[in-house]
Design a protein around this ligand. Structure first.
Ligand SMILES: Cc1cc2nc3c(=O)[nH]c(=O)nc-3n(C[C@H](O)[C@H](O)[C@H](O)COP(=O)(O)OP(=O)(O)OC[C@H]3O[C@@H](n4cnc5c(N)ncnc54)[C@H](O)[C@@H]3O)c2cc1C
Length: 323
């Protein structure tokens, strides 16, 4: 086994992101005895934290809140020795110690160094990008039903989107709102059949099909949305609503590695089957990567693969590969 000399402050693996992908990577890295630090956002949280109820994560037939699940992920990883810190990471730069290549991650004045990085920074919600959205964000426009739903007790709200999350959140909002109208640009939903059926059976959910939001309208706060028929540009109408909840897709959080690793056209980090990016020593997993299905269970699988691949990479770098 060859000897290498690197400073004690250098981690084997730095994991950036404290969601399902990051904590699963942390669990695997800690159990592999790697010197691992997970940095979770100081000003952002995992998407799962704001998810009211998860019923499709295997092994929990009774379901659980997203918050409860991520707390368990954290507890399990920490109990095997994972170190955790809170910081918003702003840049990633290459480093070298006596010919050994690694990476420095900066957050304000702080710098963390490691031989390998696992990027698990998740994604954020795509905005409508229409007049009124910015003005009324926090005053009627929301991207989180769990956070803001209770403010709309006995009031009418609009949910924009047609996928799993839009329908799931619309169902959650029926606990508070007197009526929820799902605005969708197509004539049918993309959501799972079981969710569609629940929405149809709910009695509180209405649909505005083939419609897009052109403007969020209001005075002091939101009073409604102006809709346009996608099949007839001249056909507009107003829909009154006190709240507008937007779930129209995700934008991967990849800015951090944009200068180092290759990205897809939509900004997702490109990875191979070992979760390797185009930058040697940078691995990525979960919602920040290019993938078909962005869910807790797939984020966890990616996280395990990324940590294992990072382990092999670090062992190779240190000159003690297994086998
Ligand atoms: C409303 C809603 C409902 C959902 N319902 C379900 C469901 O029922 N079932 C299901 O399986 N999935 C559901 N999902 C999807 C699921 O939550 C995600 O697929 C999953 O959380 C992705 O995990 P992740 O670890 O990749 O990213 P995230 O969970 O988003 O975690 C990203 C982490 O990265 C951190 N981070 C980001 N940028 C930085 C930075 N620069 N520096 C440091 N840290 C950073 C964040 O703080 C966070 O800790 C839902 C999502 C939403 C929003």
């Amino acid at each position: 086994m060859s000897e290498i000399s690197i400073p004690d402050t250098v981690y084997d693996v730095l994991i950036i992101g404290g969601g399902p992908a990051g904590y699963t990577a942390g669990l695997y890295a800690a159990r592999a005895n790697l010197k691992a630090l997970l940095i979770e956002g100081a000003s952002t949280v995992s998407q799962i934290t704001v998810t009211d109820w998860i019923e499709n994560y295997p092994g929990i037939p009774e379901g659980a809140s997203g918050f409860e699940i991520v707390e368990k992920f954290r507890k399990q990883a920490v109990q095997f020795g994972l170190q955790v810190s809170q910081a918003d990471c702003s840049s990633v730069e290459p480093m070298e110690w006596n010919g050994i290549r690694g990476w420095a991650v900066r957050s304000g004045e702080k710098s963390f160094e490691a031989l390998a990085l696992v990027v698990a920074t998740g994604a954020h919600w795509r905005k409508l990008d229409v007049p009124g959205e910015e003005t009324y964000t926090g005053r009627g426009v929301s991207y989180c039903a769990t956070c803001d739903g209770p403010f709309y007790r006995n009031r009418e709200v609009v949910v924009v989107g047609g996928g799993d999350t839009a329908v799931q959140e619309a169902l959650f909002l029926t606990r508070f709102a007197s009526k929820v109208t799902i605005v969708h640009r197509r004539d049918r939903l993309r959501a799972a059949a079981i969710l569609q059926q629940r929405a149809l059976d709910s009695g509180k959910i209405a649909f505005a099909w083939n419609a897009v939001v052109e403007e969020v309208t209001g005075g002091e706060a939101v009073t409604g949305v102006r809709l346009r028929d996608v099949r007839d540009a001249g056909k507009n109408w107003d829909l009154p609503a006190a709240g507008v909840f937007v779930f129209i897709g995700l934008i991967p959080n990849s800015d951090l590695v944009a200068g180092q690793a290759d990205l897809a056209d939509d900004g997702a980090i490109l990875v191979d089957h070992q979760m390797r990016t185009s930058a040697p020593g940078i691995f990525a997993c979960g919602d920040c990567t290019r993938k078909l299905l962005r869910q807790v269970v797939t984020a966890c699988g990616d996280g395990a693969t990324a940590a294992y691949a990072a382990q092999l990479y670090v062992e190779e770098l240190k000159g003690n590969p297994y086998g």
